[in-house]
Design a protein. Structure first.
Ligand SMILES: Cc1ncc(COP(=O)(O)O)c(C=O)c1O
Length: 330
């Protein structure tokens, strides 16, 4: 399908490798081939899925006269850290609105946010949840008063602009499939704000890949993500009139949130350790560890029966491992 992409800025080290997990396939595959799309290798401080979205979001910012980026997330948000570094690389000011009280010790992503020179404002959870929209407006007004123009980037960079990141990534997946004789696949990602899944779902349809996309939600529930992904796809269509008509049918694997966002159980920590030793691949307890664990459980339950190839999208998150170190010694 003929697609006309908006401008993007080269921030991500792509194409990322598609890696076959030989030992993990033997151990957990039950006859399936397990693959990992290594989007944890899109960069170092700019690693993970967010960089693909930020290539389009930052181009949009520069092309529309913005000199400041405001975005939001948890204290250990990978998206906020990636935005901080993208801004620093492009000479844009970055202001992060974070959910939670500022800890005494800065570590992981939060430490990196500061190193990248971002302005960081922390809000107690309750206030953040109730007031995030007005906080964005407040800070946009504040920067306007200083003669600046601030772009409000939603949680996770998940909107119609960010969706292009994984629409484009599907071109890579198409080449990966061809190179590895993958004729039909299930593609599985962690879903936190839904944008990666929205982009993949659109991309698979637009590029006509022989694949079914699944998101394993790490917060909220299936109904929330179906609505969110549908809304992101609609936003994409409205922002870019003339894009091809495709059917968007989000598929969510619910049931692996555990006790809540950012809280992993002992089984997830065990799986992260096992996979690191087995394949040299490090997942994180907030997103990829839960999603991989959910994928293996569904595999064992037979959800993917009849399809040989399973592709897990490793969306990064390495810096979120360190603040949760105590989980590995439990
Ligand atoms: C490492 C990692 N994986 C997956 C996700 C989920 O991606 P999305 O927010 O696009 O659903 C995020 C962010 O939320 C993330 O930081």
């Amino acid at each position: 399908m003929e697609l006309s992409y908006p401008r993007r800025i080269d921030l991500a080290r792509v194409p990322t490798p598609l890696q076959y997990l030989e030992r993990a396939s033997k151990q957990w595959g039950g006859g399936h081939r397990l693959w990992v799309k290594r989007d944890d290798l899109t960069g170092c401080t700019l690693s993970g899925n967010k960089v693909r979205k930020l290539e389009f979001i930052t181009a949009h910012a520069l092309d529309n006269g913005y000199d400041t980026l405001i975005t939001c997330g948890g204290l250990q948000s990978n998206h906020c850290r990636a935005t901080a570094f993208a801004g620093a690389q492009l000479g844009l000011k970055v202001h992060l609105l974070l959910r939670g009280d500022a800890p005494e010790d800065r570590e992981g992503n939060l430490l990196l946010d500061h190193l990248a020179g971002a302005t960081v404002s922390c809000y107690p959870k309750r206030q953040y949840v109730a007031e995030i929209d007005s906080l964005f407006e407040h800070w946009q007004r504040h920067y306007a008063g200083l003669g600046r123009r601030a772009l409000a980037i939603p949680t996770g960079g998940s909107d119609g602009i960010g969706a292009w990141g994984y629409i484009a990534a599907c071109e890579e997946l198409g080449a990966d499939f061809a190179a590895n004789d993958i004729r039909q696949a299930h593609v599985i990602t962690a879903s936190g704000s839904g944008g990666t899944q929205a982009g993949l779902t659109l991309g698979v349809a637009l590029h006509q890949l022989p694949a079914t996309v699944w998101g394993v939600n790490v917060c909220d529930d299936e109904a929330y993500f179906i609505e969110k992904i549908t809304a992101d796809a609609l936003d994409w269509r409205e922002r870019y009139p003339g894009v091809p008509e495709v059917e968007v049918r989000p598929r969510v694997i619910d049931g692996y949130v555990g006790q809540g966002y950012g809280i992993a159980d002992a089984g997830v920590f065990r799986l992260i350790s096992e996979l690191a030793a087995l394949e040299g691949l490090v997942l994180d307890p907030v997103y990829t560890g839960k999603a991989f664990s959910g994928m293996l459980a569904e595999l064992a339950a037979g959800r993917f029966e009849g399809c040989r190839d399973i592709v897990f999208v490793h969306t990064g998150g390495i810096f979120g491992v360190f603040p949760q170190r105590s989980g590995f010694s439990r």
